[in-house]
Write a protein that binds this ligand. Structure first.
Ligand SMILES: C[S@@+](CC[C@H](N)C(=O)[O-])C[C@H]1O[C@@H](n2cnc3c(N)ncnc32)[C@H](O)[C@@H]1O
Length: 187
């Protein structure tokens, strides 16, 4: 059976992250990935989590509090376009993106192609050598296919220019319109 992209993202991140690391959840949503990251880095680490929706930040805070993991997570109710300014260059062990809309939330609030591309490039610069970035892309909603294509093409162009060294792995969707995972591993 095919591994789900979200599960594959967790597996990839788990291999790269150690206790005490600085990590980023670029799309906090309901907080599943934020809590996963918080548990991986532990009290000695730091998680920066972004979402533009107040409901998402609230849900993420509640999830962290229920797990007693809120004190080493900084929640930002702002765009992941602030990622590099908040995290700095070359210091981050993992960046996770889960594009699209908040399940159970406002389906009108979706990640947007321009902002996603900008933030993914920022994520690339924020990563330290050996760091990983995972991007779960969805193509089943309006604009999703365009966004996923632009994110992948943008990364391919930067890789081919060669100013930043990284490996790029683009997963195959299990079927038409199924989500897929993009993994960046910084050299
Ligand atoms: C698929 S959901 C994320 C699910 C989340 N990773 C989880 O574990 O529950 C995508 C999220 O991206 C958020 N979003 C949309 N545009 C954003 C932006 N510019 N910056 C940060 N988050 C954004 C949406 O509000 C939504 O909550």
């Amino acid at each position: 059976m095919n591994e789900r992209p979200t599960a594959a993202a967790h597996r990839v991140v788990k291999e790269a992250v150690r206790a005490g690391d600085l990590v980023v959840d670029a799309t906090a949503g309901n907080g599943h990935d934020t809590l996963f990251l918080a548990e991986l880095v532990g009290k000695s680490g730091r998680v920066l989590a972004f979402d533009v929706q107040q409901a998402a930040i609230r849900a993420t805070r509640e999830r962290l509090e229920a797990a007693g993991a809120e004190s080493w997570v900084d929640l930002y109710e702002e765009s992941h376009g602030m990622l590099l300014e908040r995290a700095g260059r070359g210091a981050v062990a993992a960046v996770m993106f889960n594009l699209g809309y908040l399940p159970g939330g406002d389906h009108e609030v979706i990640t947007e192609v321009g902002e996603s591309c900008k933030a993914v490039v920022q994520g690339l610069f924020a990563l330290k050598p050996g760091g990983v970035m995972t991007i779960v892309c969805y193509t089943g909603h309006p604009g999703g296919e365009e966004e996923a294509g632009a994110v992948v093409m943008g990364l391919e162009e930067i890789r081919d220019v060669g100013t930043v060294e990284f490996d790029l792995e683009v997963g195959e969707p299990a079927k038409e319109k199924a989500p897929f995972l993009v993994v960046v591993r910084k050299g």
